[in-house]
Ligand binder design. Structure first.
Ligand code: AP5
Length: 241
């Protein structure tokens, strides 16, 4: 997969599948921005914008924010100069309606979705991941309290800002988010399957092993066979070709 003008790669998967974690690697490998609809919505909430005020109730219950709001927000983000060569989208589209709107918006700019990568993780693995997630309020990096040794003062190892637990990471809301994913987002996979751009990566192993699979599926680098087996202490190590 080569990044070109308005080429867009997508990561689709259930809550806590690792979309944000892997999208950062893909963005770095392609030299394009990572744009996450969830991060955009949380920024709106922090600033108390009209979008943020409307989104709050939906997000806190684990429901999807209405299509028209999210589509407008993401399309506007894609028009910014730092997205001129394309982006890695994480968390969008989440409904077939959003997928169709994205197709139209990209076609108007001579662009298209070049790859839609499904991160496949069984539900029991997701539940284990959710309780340990911590998110940086500054750079939005995600960490896991068990898998990564985080500073005792709960600051971000990347930028030094504060690490927090997301309000929607409580079990009842996560259960709702998983159900909503199955009802409304899983059908998006077919939208991309029929267009011949859907790929799948097993994302149930370590971050490093998953990264190798993701990059291989996108034709970017590394084969999983070059990675050592992960252990509790060592989440896996990949050897460059
Ligand atoms: P959003 O922020 O998109 O949440 P999500 O899709 O539920 O996904 P997450 O951010 O929870 O997880 P992730 O897959 O990115 O995993 P991560 O890398 O963080 O959306 C939040 C809400 O906003 C939605 O509920 C909805 O209300 C609204 N919204 C957003 N987009 C919308 C849209 N398009 N339309 C309508 N509404 C929208 O990893 C998770 C944890 O696991 C971390 O701790 C990480 O360190 C760890 N981890 C990652 N990979 C691994 C691994 N391989 N092994 C072990 N641990 C791992």
């Amino acid at each position: 997969m080569v990044a070109g003008r308005f080429s867009v790669a997508l990561l689709i998967g259930p809550p806590d599948a690792g979309k944000g974690t892997q999208a950062r690697y893909v963005g770095e490998a392609l030299g394009i921005r990572h744009v996450a609809s969830g991060d955009l919505l949380r920024e709106h909430r922090q600033r108390d914008t009209p979008i943020g005020l409307t989104a709050r109730a939906y997000m806190d219950q684990g429901d999807l924010v209405p299509d028209e709001l999210v589509v407008q927000m993401v399309i506007e983000r894609l028009a910014r100069p730092d997205a001129a060569r394309g982006v890695v989208l994480d968390g969008f589209p989440r409904t077939v309606c959003q997928a169709r709107a994205l197709d139209v918006a990209l076609a108007e700019r001579g662009g298209r979705v070049t790859a839609a990568l499904f991160l496949d993780v069984p539900t029991d693995v997701l539940v284990e991941r959710l309780s340990g997630r911590r998110v940086c309020i500054g750079c939005h990096s995600t960490f896991h309290v068990v898998l990564q040794q985080l500073p005792f003062d709960s600051t971000c190892p990347h930028c030094g800002d504060r690490l927090v637990q997301r309000a929607d990471d409580i079990p009842s809301v996560v259960t709702r988010r998983v159900a909503v994913y199955q009802q409304q987002t899983a059908p998006v996979l077919d939208h991309y399957r029929v267009r011949g751009v859907l790929r799948r990566a097993d994302a149930s192993s370590s971050v490093e092993l998953t990264r190798a699979r993701v990059l291989e599926q996108l034709g970017l680098r590394e084969s999983p066979e070059l990675c050592s087996e992960p252990t509790e202490r060592n989440p896996g190590h990949c050897v460059s070709r």
